[in-house]
Design a protein around this ligand. Structure first.
Ligand SMILES: Nc1ncnc2c1ncn2[C@@H]1O[C@H](COP(=O)(O)OP(=O)(O)OP(=O)(O)O)[C@@H](O)[C@H]1O
Ligand SMILES: [Mg+2]
Length: 489
């Protein structure tokens, strides 16, 4: 923790101001016995030299109090030598990990003579003590407030780079590919255990990017049809003719270009599961054909005369509410009842915010492994500061958007051991999309996006990315650093 402390930008700023304005030093004492190490000025040196354990003891006492109270408030009090001690706690995964402190000043309202007496008890000579008291920096009430704010900001910076805490899961179920344990997710998983055993048609409803396809796959691969095909067709992908031909196939000569019989996806899926994505986008004509498959298990290929029989379990998904579509006659009611036998509603990410840390960590591991191969070393840590930003964002694009963000951060991180708050995209870190933005920020965002995209195109290779952007490698590194885009790999 010590070496990163000095390197953190917010710590450097706080330290610089404390030194320049009041001649005070900023220190970090680790809860595990790091003790008092940074002495502010010559008087502090002398006090420390006379009784080093007392200095460490004054700090340790406050640290012990903070550790047991778990209070996040900074503490301002006098040290054993009568000088101001400003202390802010740093908490990590398992409680207090240390304190950031500044010490060595005299409160303006405290009489000089009184401080001299206190110092005399430590150094012996009253004359020397009174000279020392006179040399100590003096803080008015406003100054104390500023010192406190700087110490707190440094402590917050240390806290932000601590690895994010994700409690081990307490929810075990066979669908390990489905991450999360928010109440809404538990409900879905409970329902899934029943759904996989049945053969009934399932309707999966949920916003875009919430995991509808993930759930459809889980139903198939955890059920009795697992060894048979799982076929996916998005009903909004093609025009009507093409979709019909894709789903049901066609016979030779059915239309210009139909030079031979072509089986449709329903035949491909025979014995298995057919996932019909965005079923709400299906035309009225195709809805009739689909109804027949659901009622009789048969369909007619385009241009065909003989019905084809298949055994297919259907899972349909829609981000639109089919019941509403029925009410406005955009979806056939009879088909709706055939499809809506078992309905699974997938909650949007905003209804499972508590799962964001777990999902984020899962995606870090998933994409790290897929980029580095199965024998990859440990994935980078997710810093608390990065996680705080991810949790604060409303995620309109749901889980897919979160996953994309993590992938982007991994590209940026290169081989860095940590995903930091600075690697979170400006859009996500900035929260609301509509907030007014300074031109400077707009440019910085565009620049950062161009750098990220170039890195993505070149698998993280910075030389190629720089070349692609028409800039030198050194300028590329300088801009990346200035934009907070992580260390060069
Ligand atoms: N609970 C979850 N645990 C782990 N990964 C998830 C979870 N939910 C979604 N994902 C991942 O998020 C991504 C988006 O999920 P999926 O494609 O299933 O969503 P969708 O609802 O079908 O999205 P769209 O509406 O865009 O088609 C996938 O990579 C999926 O693996
Ligand atoms: Mg989908």
């Amino acid at each position: 923790m010590g070496s990163t402390f000095d390197d953190l930008p917010d710590v450097a700023i706080a330290r610089d101001l404390l030194r320049r304005w009041w001649g005070l030093e900023l220190g970090l004492a680790e809860a595990g016995g790091g003790g008092y190490v940074r002495k502010s000025h010559a008087v502090c040196e002398t006090i420390h030299g006379a009784a080093p354990a007392a200095c460490a003891g004054a700090l340790a006492e406050i640290a012990a109090e903070l550790a047991s109270s778990k209070s996040r408030d900074p503490v301002i009090r006098q040290c054993h030598a009568g000088l101001i001690l400003v202390v802010a706690p740093v908490f990590g995964a398992h409680g207090l990990i240390g304190v950031v402190y500044a010490t060595g000043a005299r409160a303006a309202e405290r009489p000089l003579a009184e401080v001299g007496e206190g110092l005399a008890a430590i150094v012996g000579s009253p004359a020397e003590a009174s000279a020392m008291a006179g040399a100590v920096p003096v803080l008015g009430a406003d100054d104390v407030g500023r010192v406190r704010d700087l110490v707190v900001s440094a402590a917050a910076a240390v806290e932000r780079v601590q690895p994010a805490v994700v409690a081990p899961t307490t929810f075990s179920h066979p669908f390990t590919e489905i991450v999360g344990e928010a109440a809404a997710v538990r409900d879905v998983v409970k329902l899934l255990t029943k759904v996989v055993k049945s053969e009934a048609t399932v309707l999966v409803h949920g916003e875009s990017g919430t995991g509808k396809e993930l759930i459809a796959r889980a139903i198939h691969y955890h059920g009795p049809r697992a060894k048979k095909p799982f076929v996916v067709q998005n009903c909004s992908a093609f025009n009507d003719n093409l979709l019909e031909s894709a789903l049901f196939g066609h016979v030779r000569g059915a239309f210009t270009g139909a030079v031979k019989d072509q089986p449709g996806l329903f035949q491909v899926a025979d014995g298995g599961t057919f996932f019909l994505d965005e079923i709400g986008d299906m035309s009225a004509a195709l809805q009739v054909k689909l109804l027949r498959v659901l009622q009789e298990g048969t369909f007619m290929p385009v241009g065909g005369t003989k019905p084809v029989k298949v055994d297919v379990r259907i899972i349909a998904a829609s981000h639109k509410d089919l019941a509403t579509m029925v009410a406005v006659k955009q979806f056939r009611e009879d088909l709706f009842y055939r499809v809506n036998v078992l309905k699974i509603t997938v909650p949007p990410l905003r209804e499972r915010v508590s799962d964001i840390p777990r999902l984020a960590q899962f995606f870090v591991a998933k994409h790290w492994r897929s980029a580095k191969g199965a024998d990859a070393t440990v994935p980078p840590r997710l810093a608390q500061g990065a996680l705080a930003r991810l949790v604060a964002y409303p995620w309109p694009g749901n889980i897919r958007e979160l996953e994309n963000e993590i992938e982007r951060m991994l590209v940026l991180a290169g081989d860095a051991p940590e995903l930091t708050g600075a690697m979170v995209s400006a859009r996500v870190a900035g929260g609301a999309h509509t907030a007014p933005r300074a031109l400077r920020d707009v440019i910085a965002t565009a620049e950062a996006d161009a750098i990220v995209a170039a890195l993505g195109r070149h698998g993280g290779d910075r030389d190629s990315a720089a070349q692609d952007l028409g800039i030198s490698r050194s300028y590329f590194d300088a801009r990346s650093a200035a934009l907070g885009l992580g260390a060069s790999a």
